[in-house]
Design a protein around this ligand. Structure first.
Ligand SMILES: Cc1cc2nc3c(=O)[nH]c(=O)nc-3n(C[C@H](O)[C@H](O)[C@H](O)COP(=O)(O)OP(=O)(O)OC[C@H]3O[C@@H](n4cnc5c(N)ncnc54)[C@H](O)[C@@H]3O)c2cc1C
Length: 465
């Protein structure tokens, strides 16, 4: 008797955040047993990140605020299917080629072939440098939030929040709620952009109400909130002492011992790149993103994309996109799939996309920031490359494209492989060359996408089958 068709499938999901968990749930419901890989120790992803097992205990309402119910639902979904998936926490997927992933777990490497791959790799903070940004005590917004959710501590006693995007207000609110003094929230976006975008954001009144609640709560507790701000410098040597900033040309100094900053998020696209997916420039995300159809199919047969890893849309969209990508996989594999459910998810994703457009109008990227970065400011911390060095290769005509600039300066060639400095390098080169961020090309991913220990060895038993 021949095997049922679905037992021949080896679906693999990278990412156990909202997108990956909902994808796994849909595959399990269809009788498949997916492998779910995540470098984190526990499932939940970024927004629903769980504290370490056996670590500090805080109720979900304290950890996730208004999102506690959703966090609980996502955590429970994974707990329910736990024995029907091959879940691999603390496992990094560091390469993808020839329909196999290279993995690293507890110092051992392994090659994991797949028949189908769902990439639900999420996002990280997008940052641009400014003088003093490498001073101890300067964190990304996401990193500051991870400290609260995962380490159960704050990044400072008196923290300023700088940048733009919903995370700016959310993390400031979470810090204030946790008992930290919030020295100020400095938004680069002009207030009138936010006022103009309010009508579009009414498409999702609940989310808008949450945002207004964060701002209202901060104001009610006497927190200074300013718009149209640009950073001048962080002061301090061993540790942050103050943030100096301007608003409409007027300079001010805010004493603090930590700065949390970020300019929205950027998708983690390296595995999609190594899997051979075609990319296109997305003006709203100011980034090259792997192409996907509305169901999550990439340009490579059998490779699917879901969640923030292929375009920033938030956690609700990630859940819907994860499930939708799994349904696309089932359809492509010739298995039964729920047409009506797919249509519902398509509708939901389209509605969230409209809201996302309004959100990005409310928090526009400060495209003058890169041009103002002083030449001696460090851009690539791994390789010690300054803004001046990058500008020099552009203005002397040696590099009109980011991979060439990388080869000449080593920017993006170090431990982070451009994950932290790639956006800044793009914006700097674009400014220097008088073009947009789409005009300098796409930083190509190279394996390993994150550092590997030199001593890493194949796991005993060799390749998984
Ligand atoms: C630090 C941070 C904090 C955030 N906090 C909030 C918040 O409080 N509220 C909010 O609305 N939005 C927040 N966001 C945005 C939020 O991430 C998303 O909207 C949502 O979590 C996206 O879900 P996802 O499943 O697409 O990705 P994620 O939740 O990011 O999950 C992706 C998972 O993939 C894993 N992964 C990625 N690459 C690899 C790899 N190569 N190998 C193995 N595992 C891998 C990661 O460990 C992660 O667990 C945050 C984003 C960041 C970066």
């Amino acid at each position: 008797m021949s095997a049922a068709p679905h037992t021949l499938l080896k679906p693999v999901i990278v990412g156990a955040g909202p997108a990956g968990i909902r994808a796994a749930e849909a595959l399990v419901a269809a009788g498949l047993r997916p492998v779910v890989i995540d470098e984190a120790a526990r499932w939940g992803g970024q927004i629903y990140r769980q504290p370490p097992e056996g670590g500090f205990v805080r109720p979900k309402s304290a950890l996730y605020g208004f999102e506690a119910g959703k966090a609980d639902a996502v955590h429970r979904a994974m707990a329910t299917i736990r024995d029907r998936v091959d879940y691999r926490p603390r496992t990094l997927a560091w390469n993808c080629e020839e329909r196999a992933l290279d993995l690293l777990c507890d110092g051992a490497t392994e090659v994991l072939p797949f028949s189908h791959l769902i990439l639900a790799t999420g996002a990280t903070d997008r940052v641009l440098p400014f003088p003093g940004w490498t001073t101890p005590g300067v964190f990304t917004l996401g990193g500051s939030q991870v400290a609260l959710k995962f380490q159960g501590c704050a990044v400072g006693r008196r923290v300023t929040f700088l940048g733009t995007g919903p995370l700016l207000y959310l993390v400031a609110y979470q810090y204030l709620k946790a008992g930290v003094e919030v020295a100020g929230v400095f938004d680069t976006a002009p207030f009138d952009a936010q006022a103009r975008a309010a009508a579009g954001m009414l498409r999702d009144p609940a989310t808008l109400a949450k945002g207004l609640c964060y701002v209202g709560w901060l104001r009610a507790h006497g927190v200074t909130i300013r718009n149209n701000v640009r950073p001048v410098r962080v002061e301090g040597g061993e540790r942050v002492e103050a943030l100096v900033w301007t608003q409409d040309g007027r300079e001010e100094r805010t004493p603090c011992d930590a700065v949390a900053f970020g300019l929205g998020l950027r998708s983690e696209t390296q595995l999609a790149d190594l899997a051979g997916c075609r990319f296109r420039f997305d003006a709203m995300d100011r980034a090259w993103l792997p192409e996907r159809d509305p169901a999550g199919r990439s340009s490579v047969a059998g490779v699917y994309l879901a969640g923030d890893g292929s375009g920033i849309a938030g956690a609700d969209a990630a859940e819907a996109a994860g499930e939708r990508a799994a349904l696309a996989l089932l359809e492509d594999a010739g298995l039964a799939f729920a047409h009506e459910r797919a249509a519902t998810l398509d509708h939901k994703l389209a509605r969230i996309a409209a809201f996302r457009r309004a959100l990005s109008a409310a928090f526009p990227f400060p495209d003058d920031w890169a041009g103002a970065i002083a030449d001696d400011t460090m851009v690539c911390r791994c390789e010690g490359v300054t803004a001046g060095a990058l500008r020099a290769v552009a203005t002397t005509g040696q590099a009109r494209e980011i991979n060439r600039a990388k080869a000449l300066t080593r920017a993006g060639m170090g431990r982070c492989q451009g994950r932290m400095c790639g956006a800044a390098t793009t914006e700097l080169l674009a400014r220097a060359l008088g073009t947009g961020p789409d005009g300098v090309g796409r930083l190509r991913a190279q394996p390993p996408i994150k550092p590997l220990p030199v001593a890493a060895e194949p796991a005993s038993g060799g390749s998984a089958s």
